[in-house]
Design a binder for this molecule. Structure first.
Ligand SMILES: [Zn+2]
Length: 243
């Protein structure tokens, strides 16, 4: 059974390495997509702002056109005033002119508002564009770095997985599922038995059972934590001397 312990120890070492690699296999792509997601969010914000800017510019153009057309109307009406014969008609046209002028001064205020909005959004856009291009550069470097690491992990993983299969085939079929179960639960399946104590859970091992660990006539599991027990050579020797 000593050979089995050696093989289990070897398998445990490979499994530990495999699970570290698996952590990276999961973690690296997640980190890449986090960076990509952040860039995507910034790009979306920027594109929303640009759509808003287009809308503001359209509003501005409409206001300018309306203002210009009203100016034209005012000019024509003022020209017409000279040709009007009746006082009533004159007063009506004058009212029309002053109404249009009032409308125009409202339009001018709106135009100023719109121009302020455009100015604000333009500076926001150029600020974000700068931020985004700096971020794109920074993240591209980071992403490339992670991708490189991910490739390295993939290169290591496949042969190690094969190595695991090879080692696992050397473990007796009754012990392998026991090992797998404890390994999955605790991340380690072996525990050193020392001075009748399991170093995995620090509980006492009954003397009879401990003797069996020393002789290793069969695979012994700790009664408390169920880990597969083994002992060091010196312990066996000192036990042999006292016996
Ligand atoms: Zn234990």
């Amino acid at each position: 059974m000593k050979d089995q312990i050696v093989v289990i120890d070897e398998l445990q070492r490979i499994d530990t390495e495999l699970s570290e690699l698996e952590v990276h296999l999961k973690e690296y792509p997640e980190r890449i997509s986090e960076f990509e997601h952040e860039l995507e969010t910034s790009r979306n914000t920027l594109s929303e702002l640009k759509t808003q800017l287009e809308q503001f510019n359209e509003n501005k153009t409409k206001l300018e056109q309306e203002l210009a057309s009203n100016e034209e109307t005012i000019k024509k009406s003022e020209q017409k005033l000279f040709d009007i014969k009746t006082h009533k008609e004159y007063a009506a046209l004058q009212k029309e002119i002053s109404d249009t002028k009032r409308t125009n001064s409202e339009l001018e205020e709106n135009l100023i508002d719109e121009m302020e909005k455009i100015e604000g959004i333009e500076s926001k856009i150029s600020e974000l564009e700068e931020e985004l291009s700096a971020k794109e550069e920074e993240y591209k470097e980071k992403i490339d770095e992670i991708k490189e690491k991910l490739e390295e992990v993939k290169v290591q993983y496949t042969p190690k997985k094969a190595e695991k299969e090879n080692i696992a085939s050397k473990i007796s079929p009754e012990i392998l599922p026991v090992y797998e179960k404890i390994m999955k639960r605790d991340g380690t399946a072996l525990a050193l038995a020392k001075n009748e104590i399991c170093t995995g859970c620090h509980m006492n091992i009954p003397p009879q059972l401990f003797n069996e660990v020393l002789t290793l006539s069969r695979i012994i599991q700790c009664p408390s934590c169920k880990k597969i027990l083994y002992c060091e050579e010196e312990e066996k020797q000192s036990e042999a001397q006292t016996a």
